[in-house]
Design a binder for this molecule. Structure first.
Ligand code: SF4
Length: 382
């Protein structure tokens, strides 16, 4: 069966390996572009959140490339994600696109349905082939995340603008074409070596920013206007705690055994938000506290317009900002957001952080919070 799936950052690399390894034919939609967005917004309800619209665009572009089925994650909790797959199925049906939708509900909802769907996806005879496919996909998930993480540090001091992104893209391509775990390991090692050997500007003023927010907008560069690249090229080291591999580990593997490690995040968020609000709302608050304790210069909080869990987080972040003397820039994106507006706001934010640093209003501290800084709380919205 020719199966497609929505784009989200580099996740197409491991998903392609997984589906092909399971004996299916992965159809990877073209990377998200303005056309993808236009297709999605044409057919999705206006009030739907941005990721749903872009997913629709991905499916339509994949259908043009011959896809017959869609693999989509389900969800539970107080946000719209749990309905995504079903709503998308209806939208496609309404416009006469005949694609089978395979929705994988999280194991916490029960194993029966999940096994049924997984067996639909498996078209190989030997269990070893399934294990091999899973191992290869996992190696690619971890490899992509490791390289991306390293690139965030290297880019902030790169001597030639854009070189880190170019090397990263080449390394990711090598991971994509690797046929076994050994080749993935080799590609990752080469990528790390190349990134580490890029010429740096040792005397550059490097600011540190924590990136928090809704997972899709954090991970998908088309939607966040290549935020990490833009900040990196302005001399900002971006920290983020949301990675696809850790999301899988916590939300699928550990949650299947009811061992998801969220207790420490709940403790961090507790003074400001003391219950789960769906999506990554609680994580956004907890990670902001974490970054505040690390002593980063500021926080960028990104969310799709109307994203309920992140709106809850947004309403709480001014308190965290005040408590940790931490400027927070909130960026709300939808189909009307424009690159120039985003760029202007990022430049203004980085200017503010640089001035604070120069005036000694911010001291980088690693460890527990020790606040003796002048208050410069800043939150912005659209
Ligand atoms: S987390 Fe936000 S963007 Fe994602 S489905 Fe829920 S409401 Fe929509």
């Amino acid at each position: 069966m020719k199966i497609t799936f929505p784009h989200m950052g580099t996740s197409y690399i491991p998903f392609r390996a997984l589906l092909n390894g399971l004996g299916q034919q992965a159809v990877v939609a073209p990377k998200c572009t303005q056309r993808t967005l236009e297709l999605g917004t044409r057919y999705a309800p206006e009030s739907a959140c941005l990721p749903l619209k872009i997913n629709i665009g991905n499916y339509l572009e994949a259908a043009e490339a011959g896809a017959e089925a869609i693999l989509m994650a389900g969800g539970i909790g107080p946000c719209r994600f749990g309905f995504y797959g079903y709503v998308q199925q209806e939208i496609l049906r309404d416009i006469g696109i005949d694609l089978e939708m395979i929705i994988l509900e999280p194991p916490a909802t029960g194993w029966g349905d999940l096994w049924k769907k997984l067996s639909l996806l498996t078209n190989v005879n030997r269990p070893q082939q399934v294990v091999q496919a899973l191992r290869l996909a996992w190696a690619k998930f971890v490899g992509c995340d490791r390289l991306e993480q390293l690139s965030l540090r290297v880019r902030a001091c790169e001597a030639r603008q854009g070189i880190t992104t170019r090397i990263l893209e080449q390394s990711l391509e090598r991971i994509d074409t690797a046929h076994n775990v050994l080749q993935v390991t080799k590609a990752v090692k080469e990528g790390i070596k190349e990134l580490n050997s890029l010429p740096q500007q040792p005397d550059r003023l490097v600011l540190e920013v924590g990136l928090v927010g809704e997972i899709y907008t954090v991970l998908e560069p088309f939607v966040n206007f290549r935020l990490e690249e833009q900040l990196g090229e302005m001399g900002v080291l971006v920290h983020r705690n949301i990675w696809f591999s850790t999301w899988i580990l916590h939300h699928i593997v550990l949650s299947a055994f009811r061992a998801r490690q969220t207790a420490h995040l709940c403790r961090l968020a507790e003074p400001y938000l003391n219950h789960f609000v769906g999506g990554h709302g609680l994580e956004s608050v907890a990670h902001t506290v974490q970054f505040g304790r690390m002593g980063v210069d500021g926080i960028v909080h990104i969310l799709p317009f109307t994203c309920m869990p992140e709106i809850v987080a947004q309403s709480v972040l001014p308190l965290v900002s005040e408590g940790y003397q931490l400027p927070v820039l909130t960026m709300v994106v939808d189909e009307h957001s424009a690159a120039a507006g985003i760029r202007t706001r990022l430049e203004a934010f980085v200017d503010l952080l640089a001035n604070r640093r120069r005036m000694g209003e911010h001291k980088l501290r690693h460890g527990e919070s020790n606040i003796d800084l002048v208050s410069v709380g800043l939150t912005g919205d659209r």
